[in-house]
Design a protein around this ligand. Structure first.
Ligand SMILES: Nc1ncnc2c1ncn2[C@@H]1O[C@H](COP(=O)(O)OP(=O)(O)OP(=O)(O)O)[C@@H](O)[C@H]1O
Ligand SMILES: [Mg+2]
Length: 751
């Protein structure tokens, strides 16, 4: 997006301008990708402040990531100046956790409540499942968590859940009749621990506004204008919050694209778009049809894809931009070759077009696909960055230090306690912790009180160790109260013994971990010195990082890197060149997700999101074999490839496997490679191994060797590749065709 300057209204087309100028009353813009919806929101806010003298403090703008909020804020700042800092802008979770902190006492929480992340929630559920003596193979913690999460997102409390026979019946049919009991215990334990999980942030905001009219009134008065980006991905809980807040003034503007709704699996509901029309009959609906982001080819391909979905609001998207190049289809024999071909294509495009690394993004369906791509990029010296995956704050050493900090802030934080109580080892085992938790429950006391009275519950060494631990935590608590966040954190890292333990580990990993903890301390220093948040307390810092989404924590100084991320995280972003990799059946569309037509349509919308991130050039790639879950699998090209109008796509000969059968691009070839659900070749091959078949030692296998495989039959080795400890051979089998096999697994007889 170009910089906003004084003449911002000239940078809008007529319907965009209309949406910016009409600031009173409800407005909805449901329009295609790249049509300037986010731009409209940004300019609208600038306009409200500049022309209508609206106090930024009374504008609430909800975005998909905090990063998007930061970028919008920066742009608005160029028009209205530093005043823009006071805008209420961020994700639903971050904005409402701020409000919950301010109003926590109304719900019986302290303002320093802890936010449990998914790991905390899962391990708490594990404890509960064990506590009730249930089988954790039946009650899998992440399945149970999903069930609880979806109940909360539909605003179903545990009381309603337990009293509604429909849920019990459903759970009984699923073989999990005890779900209600687990849900109840989970909520009560979170409450006891002064903790809220992610879903609670929305659930409890709804409770707050439902039960405390005075509080609701206060925020209804404060937020004179409410705006929501990516509206199609709001769930009912989020929808009701905005509806309540806007109920008095009705100045609400939502923008989104039903074709990009990709979170139905987490409870997002396109129905909200339809509800909106009902809830606001006086609604001003704005249509945006011109795409400013992408070439004609890309827009055409995207339209041809989304047209295959039955459930969508029909709308047209067109662009004035040039034709652009055709989409390049890259075919690889294996996932590692896919990585190499993608890296080579980036390398060449950079040279030819003088692009920076940052002009490229690689998008995939699941995080696990990144490994082969990373290896290839590293070999080509192309700097990349994975967004998402295991983020900085998810690393063990960081979570350990944060565990101490969390417990110093909130001594009821059971999950933090369990993490740190025996770290570094001080002779306090799981069973001692369990005894303390039970003692606390039986005496209706909180965990901290039980710890403080450990000598009545435990004996011998464990009791002494717990008493020493309590003394240590008391000193940390004091540090958190008396010192600034940075000094307190440094004190805790040092005196907990964690820093020393890492320092003493002289392995490369140990050094890395030590540096990561130093980096965490740097981050806290930065927060103290530079954060926009007025509250510089340790608990404010914890809250800020608890809500960082995948796309956020960009600590890298050098910003020139190829971005790698899942398609889900790429929503709302744009890049000059985009690679959509792993275009294979079972991977994309994902095998796990397509049990119904609705699910397939959601996968297709995800594909639409991926395509529409590209401005100039789009590449798609697939591999014929791929390691998945530790096994080499034969893959079929994704059915989505055959759904792209063939006028928009061509096979890239240069960056396709030499083994690919087609020399020239022809329509029929694309159709042929993309036929959905072809039987994998190897299933058709029936080979009876020779009577004297005995696997040979393959350590000396060479290119050109003739071999026999018990299933694929006879073939010739065409290449050998060493990858770390693994050695792979590509073998051209007479009947089964080209296969890449991992030699440590493949049974081969050298002839
Ligand atoms: N009137 C305009 N003139 C020139 N460029 C524009 C105009 N409107 C939008 N753009 C540019 O088009 C691109 C897409 O805009 P924006 O990101 O706001 O679209 P969007 O509808 O929010 O897309 P998505 O659905 O992917 O979130 C941006 O680079 C933006 O700056
Ligand atoms: Mg947008």
């Amino acid at each position: 997006m170009s910089n906003l300057d004084q003449a911002y209204l000239d940078q809008l087309n007529p319907p965009q301008k209309e949406a910016v100028l009409k600031v009173e009353g409800p407005t909805m813009i449901i329009a295609g990708a790249g049509s300037g919806k986010t731009r409209v929101l940004t300019y609208r806010i600038a306009h409200l402040i500049k022309e209508h003298n609206v106090d930024p403090f009374s504008i609430l703008s909800l975005t998909f990531t905090n990063k998007a909020a930061r970028e919008m804020r920066e742009r608005i700042e160029t028009v209205v100046g530093s005043n823009a800092r006071n805008l209420w802008m961020g994700t639903f979770h971050s904005v409402f956790s701020r409000i919950l902190r301010a109003e926590a006492d109304k719900l019986g929480y302290p303002s320093h409540f802890t936010i449990y992340d998914t790991d905390d929630s899962k391990s708490l559920l594990k404890n509960i499942i064990k506590y009730y003596g249930l089988d954790d193979k039946v009650y899998k913690p992440n399945v149970v968590l999903n069930r609880i999460s979806s109940a909360k997102n539909r605003l179903v409390s545990w009381q309603e859940y337990m009293n509604n026979p429909i849920f019990l019946q459903d759970d009984t049919e699923n073989g999990k009749p005890e779900m209600g009991k687990i849900y109840k215990e989970y909520v009560q334990r979170c409450f006891k621990a002064d903790a809220m999980d992610f879903d609670d942030l929305l659930f409890n905001t709804n409770v707050l506004f439902r039960d405390h009219i005075d509080v609701l009134n206060k925020y209804q008065q404060r937020f004179k204008y409410v705006m929501v980006d990516e509206f199609q991905d709001t769930n009912i809980s989020q929808y009701l919050i905005t509806k309540k807040l806007a109920a008095v003034r009705r100045n609400i503007c939502v923008v989104g694209d039903d074709a990009q709704s990709i979170y139905a699996f987490r409870g997002a509901d396109i129905q909200n778009i339809l509800n909106f029309e009902k809830d606001y009959p006086e609604l001003n609906v704005v249509k945006l049809e011109q795409n400013y982001r992408s070439s004609k080819t890309i827009v055409g391909a995207a339209n041809s894809i989304i047209g295959k979905n039955k459930n969508q609001l029909r709308k047209s998207v067109w662009t004035d931009n040039g034709e652009g190049e055709l989409i390049d289809l890259i075919k690889a024999t294996s996932d590692s070759e896919e990585g190499k071909l993608v890296a080579s294509a980036i390398f060449e495009s950079k040279n030819q077009n003088h692009y920076h690394n940052s002009d490229f993004a690689i998008l995939y369906r699941t995080n696990s696909q990144s490994r082969a791509l990373e290896e290839a990029l590293r070999r080509n010296n192309i700097k990349y960055k994975i967004i998402g995956g295991l983020s900085f704050y998810q690393r063990k050493e960081i979570k350990d230090v944060l565990g101490y900090i969390r417990f110093a802030v909130n001594q009821n934080d059971e999950q933090a306690l369990r993490r740190i109580i025996n770290l570094p080892k001080r002779g306090i085992g799981d069973s001692s912790v369990e005894k303390l938790v039970v003692a606390a429950a039986e005496n209706n006391a909180d965990l901290w009180t039980a710890l403080d009275n450990a000598k009545h519950v435990l004996s011998g060494r464990a009791a002494t160790a717990v008493t020493e631990f309590v003394t240590l935590i008391k000193s940390f608590k004091l540090a958190v109260e008396k010192k600034d966040a940075f000094e307190a954190a440094s004190h805790i890292a040092k005196n907990s013994g964690l820093l020393k333990e890492l320092y003493d580990d002289k392995t490369i990993e140990g050094r890395n971990r030590y540096e990561n903890v130093q980096e965490l301390l740097n981050g806290i220093k930065d927060f103290v010195d530079n954060s926009e948040n007025e509250d510089k307390s340790m608990s404010a810092f914890l809250q800020e990082i608890a809500l960082l989404t995948d796309v956020e924590n960009d600590k890298d100084e050098d910003k020139d890197y190829v971005t790698m991320m899942t398609i889900h995280s790429s929503k709302g972003l744009e890049f000059k060149n985009v690679f959509v990799v792993g275009m294979e059946e079972d991977l994309f569309p994902s095998q796990m997700m397509i049990s119904s037509r609705q699910d397939l349509e959601e996968e297709r919308r995800l594909f639409y999101v991926a395509i529409t991130r590209a401005e100039t050039k789009l590449y798609m790639s697939y591999a014929l074999t791929r390691y998945r879950f530790g096994r080499l699998k034969t893959c079929e090209p994704s059915r989505f490839l055959s759904e792209i109008d063939t006028d928009f796509i061509k096979i890239n000969q240069k960056f396709s496997s030499p083994a690919s059968p087609a020399a020239d691009y022809t329509r029929s070839f694309v159709n042929q490679v993309s036929q959905p659900v072809r039987k994998p070749v190897n299933q058709a091959v029936v080979h009876k191994p020779s009577p004297d078949f005995k696997p040979s030692n393959t350590s000396r296998l060479e290119v050109g060797n003739k071999v026999e495989h018990p299933k694929f039959g006879f073939g010739e080795v065409t290449s050998i590749e060493i990858q770390g400890a693994n050695k792979k051979a590509s073998i051209n089998f007479e009947k089964a065709g080209e296969k890449t096999l991992l030699l440590s697994f493949a049974k081969l007889r050298i002839l």
